[in-house]
Write a protein that binds this ligand. Structure first.
Ligand SMILES: O=C(O)CCC(=O)C(=O)O
Ligand SMILES: [Fe+2]
Length: 204
């Protein structure tokens, strides 16, 4: 490595987990355990969790996983035949948003929160490139609770990458990641603790 390479990035521990056509940075644990524990508990008890619903091939799908959605403006968005309304930010979630923003240097105006009760719940292969999101925008995912594996698969070559999302950790997906890669949170037979992910997003 040349000396100049060391200075290309302010934060030297950051390496791109994707080999091509996108950028995924894992910051590791950005919260100490006590703070992460307290935020997990607040999220679990205070966010307005609902099952996610969609219509796929004319059939209504209700997820076991629960979601909650917050945004600067109380916008709604429609996908798969359902219109969802954003809620106003609880102050502790805004506090977390600021911590996340201070780490990655990007600014977010919404947060989709996921609650996985156990390893029997996960999220299948998808990318987050809805038309309501800024094109090639940044998504920052803060993980709280049980550790889970997270996978990436290239849409063209099928190439894979994976990592473990720890309690209190931050993962950033940016650039052309959503255009070129799918990601998933696989279900697991392991006895894992409940998990919350806070996915901060940039909406148009
Ligand atoms: O739970 C996670 O860490 C990721 C969830 C996800 O991919 C999403 O909300 O789009
Ligand atoms: Fe996603």
């Amino acid at each position: 490595m040349m000396l100049t390479d060391l200075f290309e990035n302010d934060d030297m521990k950051l390496i791109n987990l994707l080999p091509q056509e996108g950028a995924v940075h894992y910051y590791g644990k950005i919260l100490d355990k006590a703070t992460a524990d307290a935020y997990f508990e607040k999220c679990r008890s205070e966010l307005s969790w609902e099952h996610d619903r969609s219509f796929i091939y004319g059939k209504e799908i209700v997820t076991k996983r629960k979601i909650a959605w917050y945004a600067d403006e109380l916008v709604s968005y429609t996908y798969s035949g359902y219109t969802k309304m954003a809620s106003a930010w609880p102050s502790f979630l805004q506090e977390i948003k600021q911590v996340v923003e201070s780490h990655c240097g990007d600014v977010f105006n919404s947060c989709l929160c996921n609650f996985y009760h156990s390893g029997a719940e996960g999220m299948g292969w998808h990318s987050d490139a809805e038309k309501d999101l800024v094109e090639n925008g940044v998504i920052a995912a803060l993980s709280l609770g049980g550790e889970r594996k997270f996978l990436f698969k290239h849409k063209g070559t099928g190439e894979k990458a994976s990592l473990v999302l720890e309690h209190g950790s931050l993962l950033i997906m940016k650039g052309s990641t959503q255009a070129n890669w799918l990601h998933s949170l696989p279900k697991t037979k392991k006895d894992v603790e409940p998990r919350v992910s806070l996915t901060f997003r940039q909406m148009r």
